[in-house]
Ligand binder design. Structure first.
Ligand SMILES: [Zn+2]
Length: 187
C-alpha cells in the first residue's frame, strides 16, 4: 500500500515550500553548470511532496472540513498523516472526527455525521485499488459502506429522502419534487 512519508510533515509547510522553491531554482541554475543530478532530484522530490501537503492544507482550510481519504487517497497511514498535519500546527484548530473527517474546531460534528458526510465521496473501488481489503479496512470505512448500501436500498425502494419541506417539515421523496406532497408548498 502507498504510504505518506510522515517525515515530510513538518511545522510551517508553506515556509518550507518557499525555501524548497528557492533551492530548486538554485539547482536549476547549477544544473546548467555542473549537473548535480542526484541532489537536484532529491530537492525536486521534496518540493513535490511539500507542495502536495500545502495543497491538502489549503483544501481543508477552504471548506473547514474534508474527508481524510480525499487528501491522501487511501494511503495506509492517512489518519496518522492527518493527525501530524494538526500536531505540527499546519492545521491548528482542527480535529479528526469519526476517524474519517478533518473538521475545524468550531464546527460541531458527531462520528455518525462524519460518516454520513463522507459517504457520498467514498469510492470503495478506489480504496481496493490502493490495497485495502475487507480484512484491513478501518472500521470507519465499514460504517461508510453500510451507509452507502442503506442509501442505495432507499433509492431502489423509493423511500430515499431529499431533505425536508421548509414549511411543514415533511420528507421530500423525490429529487424532482416541485411541491410538498403534504402541504403543497413550492420546494
Ligand atoms: Zn410541506
Amino acid at each position: 500500500m502507498r504510504q505518506i512519508n510522515l517525515k515530510d510533515i513538518v511545522p510551517d509547510l508553506e515556509g518550507r515550500l518557499k525555501k524548497l522553491n528557492t533551492l530548486r531554482k538554485v539547482f536549476m541554475v547549477l544544473a546548467l553548470l555542473i549537473i548535480p543530478a542526484v541532489p537536484a532530484m532529491i530537492v525536486l522530490a521534496k518540493y513535490g511532496a511539500c507542495m502536495q501537503l500545502c495543497h491538502a492544507v489549503q483544501a481543508v482550510k477552504l471548506k473547514g472540513k474534508m474527508p481524510i481519504f480525499m487528501l491522501f487517497a487511501f494511503a495506509s497511514n492517512e489518519r496518522e498523516a492527518a493527525q501530524k498535519l494538526i500536531d505540527t500546527g499546519n492545521l491548528a484548530g482542527y480535529r479528526i472526527v469519526g476517524d474519517v473527517m478533518i473538521v475545524r474546531d468550531d464546527i460541531a460534528m458527531t462520528d455518525e455525521e462524519a460518516w454520513e458526510e463522507a459517504a457520498p465521496y467514498f469510492n470503495a473501488a478506489a480504496a481496493i485499488n490502493m490495497g485495502m481489503t475487507a480484512d484491513n479496512m478501518p472500521e470507519c470505512y465499514k460504517k461508510i459502506i453500510e451507509i452507502q448500501q442503506r442509501k442505495e436500498k432507499e433509492l431502489a425502494e423509493g423511500t430515499a429522502e431529499y431533505g425536508q419541506c421548509p414549511s411543514c417539515g415533511a420528507p421530500v421523496k423525490s429529487v424532482d419534487s416541485e411541491f410538498c406532497d403534504k402541504c403543497g408548498t413550492r420546494l
